[in-house]
Design a protein around this ligand. Structure first.
Ligand code: NDP
Length: 280
């Protein structure tokens, strides 16, 4: 039996309709939701991501501002731009597009964004709130994954969940969100011994590794929900961290790459921007 494909693109499209309505409602009340993105230099991959965000904003009716700073800008100049957007009441979400050039301090830039406008959910205050179970701006990718799991009807309460990857933007917040849903969570990383033995126990398996097709069918419990966060390029084509073709034969649910977690990440960024505009 083959797995149910969790189609992130379809979920994101349905969400966009509802978000457009909410945005219209806010505009009628005199609030024009606005997302500002700061980009440093001309990283081609970042430029594509920023364009996708602008398109998503335009579709929903969110105003977007993109500020491109020169490659050689200083940390102080970057912070001055962030400060100006923090202070601007017409801007509800502020995002610093990563990666920054190596000589700039990414964590310092992220901490500089006002927590209320931190629509990426990367600020330490928001991360701390998530850890303590206080309502917070949640990081978009894990938030999108949880949305997909819930909407696909994957049972979470009491489930064994395994998250492969422990980054601050995906793995760690993902594990906290699953814990909040009463999963029994195991977090794996590059030092984990016998990864396959652990992943085979997972009812819910989230792969956020960044290695093409690393999770193979023999590592997956039959009937498990397999969420593939990875975005890798092999011979010019996108693929995830999961061997989709083989794993879909045994999994209960699976997300494709592209068309799975990626569109949901952008959808959750729109959601966070609308939430920030509502609160403002
Ligand atoms: P990071 O590189 O920050 O983290 C990767 C994690 O994978 C680390 O915790 C690392 O362990 C772990 N890891 C690496 N190799 C192995 C291994 N052999 N076995 C077990 N664990 C391993 O990546 P991100 O979390 O930022 O992103 C992960 C992937 O998700 C990337 O492909 C990225 O492009 C993609 N991504 C996709 C998004 C989307 O919207 N779909 C959004 C964000 C990211 P250790 O900590 O020990 O080094």
């Amino acid at each position: 039996m083959s797995a149910i494909i969790i189609n992130g693109k379809e979920y994101a499209a349905a969400l966009a309709e509802r978000q457009a309505e909410r945005c219209g409602e806010l505009r009628r009340r005199g609030v024009e939701p606005c997302l500002a993105v700061i980009m440093v230099g001309e990283n081609p991959a970042s430029a594509v991501y920023v364009r996708n965000k602008e398109r998503a904003c335009a579709k929903i009716g969110i105003a977007s501002r993109t500020i491109t700073l020169p490659e050689d800008c200083t940390q102080e100049e970057l912070h001055a731009r962030i400060d100006a957007l923090n202070a601007d009441p017409a801007v509800h979400g502020v995002l610093v597009q990563l990666p920054l050039p190596a000589r700039l301090d990414e964590s310092a830039a992220q901490l500089r964004v006002k927590a209320e406008k931190d629509v990426d959910g990367f600020h330490a205050l928001n991360a701390g709130k998530l850890m303590q179970g206080i309502p917070a701006m949640l990081p978009c990718t894990p938030k999108g994954v949880l949305f997909m799991l819930k909407n696909a009807g994957v049972p979470l309460d009491g489930a064994d969940a395994v998250v492969v990857g422990r980054s601050n933007i995906v793995g760690k917040p993902m594990s906290l969100l699953l814990l909040r849903e009463n999963c029994t969570v195991t977090v794996c990383h590059s030092h984990t011994r016998d990864l396959a033995e652990i992943t085979r126990r997972a009812d819910v398996l989230v792969a956020a590794i960044g290695r093409p097709r690393y999770i193979t069918a023999d590592m997956v419990k039959p009937g498990a929900a397999v969420i593939d966060v990875g975005i890798n390029r092999v011979d010019g084509k996108l693929c995830g961290d999961v061997d989709f073709e083989r794993v879909q034969e045994t999994a209960g649910w699976i997300t494709p790459v592209p068309g799975g977690v990626g569109p949901m990440t952008v959808a959750m960024l729109m959601e966070n921007t609308l939430e920030a505009a509502c609160r403002a």
